[in-house]
Design a protein around this ligand. Structure first.
Ligand code: HEC
Ligand code: HEC
Length: 368
């Protein structure tokens, strides 16, 4: 936000500066949030909105880990009820505001976009309602039960102030309001800071180490990592900083996670086309150093291990067989012939995608 607008904002809404910002620590400087965003934040962190109480969105999307599950030892996340696990690894909720709605791109001949790893919802607003109701997530029986809990929350007056005195009398409208406030929070700079070392490098304000530079080169070289083919690494023609995903879908030939009871067909189910079975949306790689475990079923615990899989999937039998072999990508990965130092350089580059770099610049963190 330009400074003059920020100033007007502060003059008009000084009370907003007093909002609860404890959850915002460790992130870059932010402009003051609007009331809707502050409501969204309160909802996102409220552990009373699950059944039984105890789990919030942030329980699985923790800001300390780029809004992923802090429980790094588990490949899948546990819901509000002990022993109920979601069948996918929690992805970052950061930068999701940029995901376009699911559509078929006729030029590319590919499905693009959609929220969730299989694209089954189109907007953040639609997305935000589902975890409240998910059996292995917050497990409310319906929207009405969520609304009943919000009605009793300390921030209920804010809901009324923003959406009308009578909002709680219409549970559908109230549930929509809840989802819309959460989405407003997800659109703030807390989720979209663009403050990694690589962002500064692109802006000419930071220098990459030799190893990171090599990593970037390998990431982009078609005859090496070729990563940028799916995870674009340069600003687009409109000047949008890179999001490290082209929002297309692919099947990396990952082995199954034995904890997942059935074969996960991903996009194939969403678009009802067996040719898309086993494909998942290309994820952003922003903050990926903080978001282990990796991939939709969480079967890789380190970046190095995942990159070794990209490198030798087709030449090393230790990886086991693909869960959905029929649609596996055999053109762009599987036998990359990268040296060990090259893999380390790629990992070093991926670590330069962690937000908040400027702030931590003086801390004695070493490159790997
Ligand atoms: C029990 C853990 C858990 C809880 C609680 C949870 N999520 Fe998630 N979230 C996940 C998982 C797992 C996925 C991926 C699911 C899929 O692809 O089917 C996901 C996906 C998402 C996505 C889409 C990410 C993408 O790349 O498309 C967003 C946004 C999100 N969650 C926001 C929320 C919000 C908002 C809440 C609270 C209302 C919430 N989550 C509660 C585990 C959780
Ligand atoms: C053909 C497209 C494609 C190429 C090329 C590609 N990726 Fe990916 N990448 C994907 C898809 C799709 C996923 C998600 C797979 C899944 O979860 O099933 C993914 C997942 C990842 C993840 C896991 C992220 C997370 O949050 O779990 C990392 C890290 C990654 N890729 C890095 C790379 C690197 C580094 C390269 C180059 C060596 C590369 N990728 C090349 C499509 C690609």
């Amino acid at each position: 936000m330009p400074r003059s607008i920020t100033l007007i904002f502060i003059l008009c809404f000084p009370q907003l500066l007093l909002g609860n910002t404890s959850a915002l620590k460790g992130q870059v400087h932010r402009a003051p949030a609007s009331k809707t965003q502050l409501l969204g934040e309160a909802l996102f962190f409220d552990t009373n909105l699950s059944q039984p109480p105890g789990q919030s969105c942030a329980s699985c999307h923790d800001p300390r880990f780029a809004f992923t599950d802090p429980d790094k030892d588990q490949t899948l996340s546990e819901g509000a009820n002990k022993g109920r696990f979601v069948t996918r690894n929690t992805p970052t909720a950061m930068y999701t505001r940029f995901t376009p709605p699911l559509h078929f791109d006729n030029d590319e001949g590919l499905w693009i976009g959609g929220q969730f790893l299989d694209g089954r919802k189109n907007t953040l607003e639609e997305q935000a309602k589902l975890p409240f109701l998910g059996f292995a997530e917050m497990a409310n029986i319906d929207g009405q039960s969520v609304v009943n809990k919000v009605r009793k929350a300390s921030y209920a007056p804010l809901v009324k102030a923003l959406y009308g005195e009578d909002i709680f009398n219409d549970s559908e409208a109230a549930f929509d309001a809840i989802a819309s406030a959460i989405s407003a929070f997800e659109r703030t700079s807390q989720f979209n800071p663009f403050s990694s070392k690589y962002d500064l490098y692109l802006a000419g304000a930071a220098t990459l180490s030799k190893q990171e530079q090599l990593g970037l080169k390998l990431f982009e070289a078609e005859d090496k990592g070729n990563c940028a083919a799916c995870h674009p690494s340069r600003p687009d023609k409109n000047g949008q900083m890179p999001l490290f995903t082209d929002y297309s879908y692919d099947n990396l030939g990952l082995p199954a996670n034995p904890l997942v009871p059935t074969v996960d067909l991903g996009l194939g189910v969403t678009v009802k086309d067996p040719a898309e079975n086993g494909k998942f949306r290309v994820p952003t790689l922003r903050n990926v150093a903080l978001t282990s475990p990796y991939t939709h079923n969480g079967s890789f615990s380190t970046l190095k291990e995942l990159l070794e899989f990209y490198n030798t999937r087709d030449t090393d039998s230790r990886w086991g067989k693909a869960e959905v072999p029929a649609t596996m990508n055999t053109q762009e990965l599987g036998d990359l012939k990268l040296e060990d130092e090259e893999i380390d350089a790629l990992v070093a580059f991926l670590k330069a995608l962690t937000d908040g770099y400027q702030e931590n610049r003086h801390s004695p963190s070493k490159s790997p």
